[in-house]
Design a protein around this ligand. Structure first.
Ligand code: V07
Length: 258
């Protein structure tokens, strides 16, 4: 009797990860979560390690985040892995980063298959190294019949280019009589984007303290909840994802009460 009180302090802070997951699942979770995984270089610098060590550590966090998102019943997880701006980084760093999809999939593809995860990718594929695209295409192929979490990597992605390309395709379809100007509404325009088959993100997470969108999904994030944290991506834990989702749920609840 006495022991029970002794062991259980405040149930809120002594609860395990599993308890927190159960608690979160009692309310609707966001269908689509997008994450700007920032702070890998800074994480390494703080430890006097090369920047690539931060990217490698960040890759491990991709795995943990994916598994938890799947467990929570999130439908789509979009991860910003490489922007069209990132080519400006030192050549050796870019080369290292472009090996990460192979390393990640070499280790975790069987686990993704087992857990019913579908791998997808959005971005400009043509400029990516052949070895990178080869690994990703193999993963897309091997997971295409899965119907669990969609794990969508934004790789060599830039939002303004995406919008411009959509506009050009719209013009082309108008000129060829495939599309009438009067038919072009927001829904129709969305179908010209790289996210054509996805719902818009309900929640955007950005790590590492920058309060910016940095050319990421500008059209798609129009109505999304935004959640920023100072935590660097390699330090981003399951608890942090749950905290972001809890905040999302509380905002939704307040909004719903209006
Ligand atoms: C990358 C690790 C995470 C932090 C952000 C930058 C570095 C996993 C992938 C990946 C991509 C496609 C795929 C499977 C895995 C990845 C890049 C960078 C370019 F099918 N992590 N990660 N790709 N980083």
């Amino acid at each position: 009797m006495f022991k029970k009180f002794w062991l259980r302090k405040n149930p809120k802070d002594s609860s395990t990860l599993q308890d927190k997951i159960e608690e979160i699942k009692k309310m609707p979770v966001p269908n689509h979560v997008a994450i700007i995984m920032d702070g890998n270089g800074r994480w390494a610098k703080k430890r006097a390690l090369p920047r690539i060590a931060g990217h490698h550590e960040g890759m491990k966090v991709v795995r943990k985040t994916t598994m938890l998102a799947n467990k929570l019943g999130i439908k789509t997880l979009t991860l910003y892995a490489f922007s069209t701006e990132n080519w400006k980084r030192p050549k050796n760093e870019v080369e290292y980063i472009m090996r990460l999809p192979e390393e990640f999939l070499g280790t975790f593809l069987p686990e993704l298959v087992e857990n019913n995860v579908q791998v997808k990718m959005m971005g400009y594929k043509n400029q990516l190294p052949v070895h990178t695209m080869h690994a990703i295409e193999k993963a897309i192929e091997e997971t295409k019949h899965n119907n669990g979490l969609v794990l969508n990597f934004a790789l060599n992605y830039g939002s303004r280019s995406e919008i411009l390309d959509a506009v050009k395709q719209v013009l082309n379809d108008c000129n060829n009589g495939i599309l009438k100007e009067t038919e072009l509404d927001e829904k129709a325009f969305s179908s010209y984007m790289m996210t054509a088959n996805f719902a818009d993100p309900d929640l955007l997470i950005r790590t590492s303290g920058e309060i910016r969108l940095s050319n990421f999904m500008l059209w798609q994030l129009a109505y999304s909840e935004l959640w920023f944290t100072d935590v660097l991506w390699p330090d981003f834990s399951e608890e942090h994802l749950l905290e972001a989702i809890e905040t999302f749920q509380n905002r939704q609840r307040r909004f719903g009460g209006l």
